[in-house]
Design a protein around this ligand. Sequence first.
Ligand SMILES: NC(=O)c1ccc[n+]([C@@H]2O[C@H](COP(=O)([O-])OP(=O)(O)OC[C@H]3O[C@@H](n4cnc5c(N)ncnc54)[C@H](OP(=O)(O)O)[C@@H]3O)[C@@H](O)[C@H]2O)c1
Length: 271
Amino acid sequence: MIKTILITGATDGIGLLTAQKLSALGHTVLLHGRNAEKLDRVKSELGNSYPEVKLSTYVADLSDLSAVNAMASSVKTDHDKLDVLINNAGVLKTPQTITQDGMDIRFVVNMLAPLYLTEQLLPLIPETGRILNLSSAAQNPVDLDALKGQKQLDRDMDAYAQSKLAITMWSRILGEEMRGGPIVYSVNPGSLLGTNMVKGGFGIDGNDVNIGADILVRLSLDDELNASSGSYFDNDAGQFGAPHPDALDDEKSVAVVAAVKDLVTRLTSKH
Ligand SMILES: NC(=O)c1ccc[n+]([C@@H]2O[C@H](COP(=O)([O-])OP(=O)(O)OC[C@H]3O[C@@H](n4cnc5c(N)ncnc54)[C@H](OP(=O)(O)O)[C@@H]3O)[C@@H](O)[C@H]2O)c1
C-alpha cells in the first residue's frame, strides 16, 4: 500500500537518505527543508529517479514557530491523510545558538517545533499511522531554566542532549495518551552516523548513514517491528530499549512536557 509520509529535515543526512529509500519504494513523500533551493534540488533529483512518485515540498525554518504553523497549514491544504510523520530535522552545532525569542535553538528545533507540528497535523494521522521522533543516545537531564531560555548552557552537546531527552519524554507521554491511536516512537537512529551534524560536531567521518535511514524506513512501514506506543527504539542495540531513566519518570516527564507546551503557547500567541 502506498503511504503518505512527511519527513522533516529531508534535505541532508539521515532524512535525505530516508526520503530516497521511501521514494524508491513508491511512497508519496512530503519533503521538508529550511532552504528552498536545496529542497527544490532534492525534489528534482528524486523526481528524476522516481518519476512515478508523488513528491511535495514544504519550506520552514523550524527555529521559528510561525513558520512551523504556516507549514502545517500548507500540509493540511494539500493532504487529507498523513500515514507517517517523521520528526527528523535537528541541530547540534550552529553559529547562532539563541533565537530571536531568546531561546536555545536546540530546544526549539529539536523539541518545540516537532511538538507543535505534530499537534497541528494529528487530525490527518489515522489510527494506524505512526509518528517517529528522532531522539539520540545522548540524553541529559533537562534543566527547566535552560529550556525556558532563562539560562544559557555552555556546551552545544549539553543543549542538544537535553533537547533529545525532552523529546523522548514527550514521545512516551504522547504515545501513552494516544493508545489505540497513531503509534508514537522515539528513535535513536544509531550513534555517530556520518552526516553533517556528526562531521561538523565531532570532526570525524562517522558511520554508515544507511544505518539510520534503514531503521526509519522499517519503523515507518514494518508492522512486525512494533512495541507499545511511546516506546524508545535504540538502534545502537537494534531493538526497543530503555531511554534515560528520566524519560520513564512520570513527574519529571510531565514537568518538562508542561513547560514545553507553555512555551509553545507563549511563543505562538505572538503570531
Ligand atoms: N547522525 C547521527 O549520528 C545522529 C545520532 C542520533 C540522532 N541523530 C538525529 O537524527 C536527525 C537527523 O540528523 P542528521 O545526522 O541527519 O543531521 P544533518 O545531516 O545535519 O541533517 C539535519 C537536517 O535537519 C535540517 N535542519 C537543521 N536545522 C533546521 C532548522 N532550523 N529548520 C529546519 N530544518 C533544519 C537540516 O537542513 P539543511 O539541509 O538546510 O542543513 C537537515 O535537513 C537529527 O534529529 C539528529 O539529532 C543523528
